[in-house]
Design a protein around this ligand. Sequence first.
Ligand code: SF4
Length: 309
Amino acid sequence: MDRYNKLSTYWKKLFQTRIQKVPLDAGFDCPNRDGLISRNGCIFCTRLGSGTGLGGCGMELRDQYLYWRIRLRKKFKNCAFAAYLQSYSNTYGPLSRLESVLDQLLNLPDLRVLCVGTRPDCIDKDKIEVLAGFPADETWLELGLQSANDKTLNLINRGHTAEDFAGACDMAAGKGLKICAHVIAGLPGEDINDFADTVSFLNRQPVHGIKIHNLYVCAGTTLAEWWQDRLYAPLTLEEYATWAAQAITLIRPDIIIHRTASDPAGAELMAPAWAEKKSMAMNAIDKILEKNNQHQGQNFTKLSQIRHT
Ligand code: SF4
């Protein structure tokens, strides 16, 4: 029995087949790195900006998709695909840039879903209209929130507020896009209650999905300097599993949980060592839920009443 709404199960039910995500790099930048907001980026951001790097090899978007399609079809015979514009902020820049990127994704074989990762301050009404008009069966807007606490957002140099997130979320959900919010457990200065507050904030937004990430330290980041200077210590595997399991019990029952652990590029990971294998975290979370006979949303009402009446 699944103890929470898994994306794979949701898609299998909806499309009657497995949907595999195809990571794409359209060569976008980010206002938090190119100087518009900041040149430093978020404290955990690596030079790949959460991307796959194939765009960096000069491969066109269609070729990236077809490259992954061949590889994934060897493993999952009859699967269909979700094109995932992942690297950096994929709605940054002029509207025409986004239109041109989406044009390249038209009529790709077996593409059923479009997922677009971006920041809440890089989206507006016109871009949302263009995304909503893309002919996929589902279009997900993957919006980074990370924390609902503005002090934390400031500390990690996000360059936007929780209110920016809420505004973008309302605008996009109102046009039929599905919203997947990204949150991070173990941010500097936060404890398990702060993380629960972020989940509670999301429960009150029109979000359809959540990605739960564990914060890890990568080479070349500001966080790496903090870690080396002993100003920051990542969560242990046990701590992370406890935080994530509690979060799952608090998440609104209708929300689809897209992931419960991060997947860092091995060569860049400095700490914690357990983050190298995301299955370790996923299994540890499942074990806690199993042991305590817990499931998604069982504490949702309680949380809402205690904290927000
Ligand atoms: S918003 Fe994303 S790409 Fe931009 S600095 Fe932060 S982590 Fe990096």
